[in-house]
Design a protein around this ligand. Structure first.
Ligand SMILES: Cc1cc2nc3c(=O)[nH]c(=O)nc-3n(C[C@H](O)[C@H](O)[C@H](O)COP(=O)(O)OP(=O)(O)OC[C@H]3O[C@@H](n4cnc5c(N)ncnc54)[C@H](O)[C@@H]3O)c2cc1C
Length: 141
């Protein structure tokens, strides 16, 4: 039977990045479990295509809130991505970099390693992130 050092549940944004980082050294065997399938739809790489996937149960869990008085008893749609890549399969592809001061204030509040220097280094490795979310992190070493 195969044995693994880590099991990651969910092959979404965080899961793929984590799998990529853990396997980068070649020291760890990682099993990533994803409930959905592969990201095979012409709408996924098209920036405005996500509107076509907001009701597609293959790539979207299509969660809804419970009706409550504050929403006039309406159910509010809560889309979440399903499949390798997670919510990036159905997101708007809008990239917004955080304010450097925000990262520094987190570090000053005690979150060591979350300052602007570390965040710049990590966002500089977005190539690795793209590689991870393209499915290569599924490779078990
Ligand atoms: C409609 C929409 C538009 C968005 N637009 C933008 C945008 O323009 N710019 C931006 O920066 N962000 C955007 N986001 C937000 C961004 O996509 C998410 O914050 C991010 O992808 C969340 O990453 P995550 O790893 O937390 O979760 P996800 O990427 O959602 O990954 C969770 C994964 O876990 C899997 N999973 C769940 N339960 C199980 C289980 N029991 N077993 C196995 N697998 C399981 C799911 O199928 C999914 O693949 C958008 C999000 C949505 C929903």
């Amino acid at each position: 039977m195969d044995q693994f050092d880590y099991i990651i549940v969910g092959g979404g944004t965080a899961g793929c990045i984590l799998a990529n980082r853990l396997t980068a050294s070649g020291r760890f065997r990682v099993l990533m479990l994803e409930a959905g399938g592969e990201a095979r739809s012409m709408w996924i790489p098209i920036p405005a295509g996500f509107s076509k996937l907001l009701t597609n149960r293959k790539f979207n869990w299509c969660f809804e809130t419970e009706p409550e008085d504050n929403t006039l008893r309406r159910k509010i749609a809560v889309p979440r991505g399903k499949g390798l890549g997670g919510s990036t399969l159905i997101n708007g592809m809008i990239y917004a970099r955080g304010q450097p001061e925000d990262y520094d204030s987190w570090e000053q509040a005690g979150a060591r390693g979350w300052g602007r220097a570390t965040s710049s280094r990590i966002s500089g490795s977005s190539k690795a992130t793209r590689k991870a979310t393209s499915g290569e992190a599924m490779t078990v070493r």
